[in-house]
Design a protein around this ligand. Structure first.
Ligand SMILES: Cc1ncc(COP(=O)(O)O)c(C=O)c1O
Length: 392
């Protein structure tokens, strides 16, 4: 089945007695009883399928996990309480039987950088930063540091660099390491990292998958090797998604393919409009013919589906001018997220990359005149009219 069909049908409509609910109910029970102790014992031993305790399993989450596994082409999935929880538990599962060393892309979401620097590094994991779009540098880092895992984003936040997941997966596999890819910006509509050789694909489901700005959630979709370690850790650590959020995420996913197509189309229009505006110094967008990762983009992203994130630098501007420009917006929402149905703007230096020092931000290429737009599903002309009037 095509991704548009899977998004609507996979995981749902499990038989419950003689009837089949058309959407999976929200199971709020924290524990489950069975006919007798022998049966309950079999469930605990995982010899019989079924939920026992909400930290281990939940039927609503199970439906979402089946859906996510289908979309990403994985062996199985874990629904987590946030994207950050999904990244953290994926790192723990990948490093469980490997060297406690990570090669990480030096261009990633700020909290992911903080997770590595403030939590994993102090707990004994060596972290080595690399330009993930420089394959020679990745090869060298793998040889030099022999890491247990490599962590990268499909399309990086916020400068939209696109790493060659397929080539990196080959090298990572040969080095005996696990490849974890944060697929939040691209979604399985554009790229399916596991099909390109990655071991775990993670998502902030808060973003495009749920899509309506009303859920915080994460997903980790794994290959066969990492599925049991991931779930085993989760049973102890408990970073699981609540059943209401699982329901909301599934509801959102049903329309994600439609939304994504529309948002990608709108983003192409916004990016080319910004590129020709005299008030704009530079636009970052994967469709740009002079994009530094052009070859990878042409190989990995489907024609016309370049994602719906556009970043740009406001000409001759510092924080003051950026704030004025953002304050003038009437339709576009000033808020710190992405992937919602409405168009949003964010100032990376203040929000997504706030915890990163100014020096490190500069090294990452995040300048003080950089604005990130998450393009929504509105009529493109209304988005452009709002941006236009903000230039004054
Ligand atoms: C690329 C990326 N990964 C992960 C996250 C973290 O997701 P969450 O806020 O759901 O924990 C974010 C949040 O903005 C993100 O942009």
């Amino acid at each position: 089945m095509k991704i548009q069909t899977k998004a609507v049908h996979a995981g749902d409509r499990k038989k419950a007695g003689s009837f089949i609910p058309v959407t999976t109910p929200i199971y709020t029970a924290s524990s489950y009883s069975y006919g007798d102790m022998t049966e309950l014992d079999r469930v605990f031993a995982r010899e019989q399928a079924g939920p026992a305790y909400a930290r281990y399993d939940n039927p609503t989450n199970a439906a979402l996990e089946e859906l996510a596994g289908e979309l990403e082409g994985g062996h199985g999935a874990l629904a987590c309480s946030s994207g950050m929880a999904a990244i953290h538990i994926s790192m723990l599962a990948a490093l469980a039987d490997r060297r406690k060393s990570v090669v990480a892309a030096n261009a990633m979401y700020g909290a992911t950088v903080s997770l590595l620097m403030s939590i994993l590094e102090p707990s004994g994991v060596a972290v080595h930063w690399v330009d993930i779009c420089d394959l020679e540098a990745v090869k060298k880092a793998l040889e030099e540091h022999r890491p247990g895992a490599v962590l990268m984003e499909t399309v990086s936040n916020p400068l939209l660099r696109v790493g060659a997941i397929d080539r990196i997966a080959e090298m990572t596999k040969a080095a005996g390491a696990a490849l974890i890819v944060d697929n939040t910006f691209s979604t399985p509509m554009l790229v399916r990292p596991l099909e390109l050789g990655a071991n775990i694909a993670v998502h902030s489901a808060t973003k495009y998958l749920a899509g309506h700005g009303d859920v915080l959630g994460g997903l980790a979709v794994t290959d066969e090797e990492h599925y049991e370690p991931l779930r085993g850790f989760s049973r102890i650590y408990g970073p699981v998604l609540g059943p209401f959020e699982a329901y909301m995420t599934m509801r959102g996913i049903k329309t994600f393919a439609l939304r994504m197509e529309r948002q990608c189309k709108n983003a192409c229009q916004v990016a080319s409009w910004l590129a020709s505006h005299p008030g704009v110094e530079r636009v970052y967008f994967p469709a740009d013919p002079s994009h530094p990762d052009r070859q990878t983009i042409q190989r990995l992203l489907p024609e016309g589906l370049y994602g719906a994130m556009v970043s740009f630098e406001l000409k001759d501007a510092g924080q003051g001018e950026v704030f004025t420009w953002m304050d003038r917006l009437k339709l576009v929402v000033r808020a710190t997220s992405l992937g919602d149905v409405h168009t949003m703007v964010l100032y990376p230096s203040m929000s997504s990359h706030r915890e990163i020092s100014p020096k490190q931000r500069e090294r990452m290429g995040i300048r003080d005149n950089l604005i990130r737009i998450s393009v929504g599903i509105e009529a493109a002309e209304d988005i452009l009219a709002d941006l236009e009037q903000a230039f004054g």
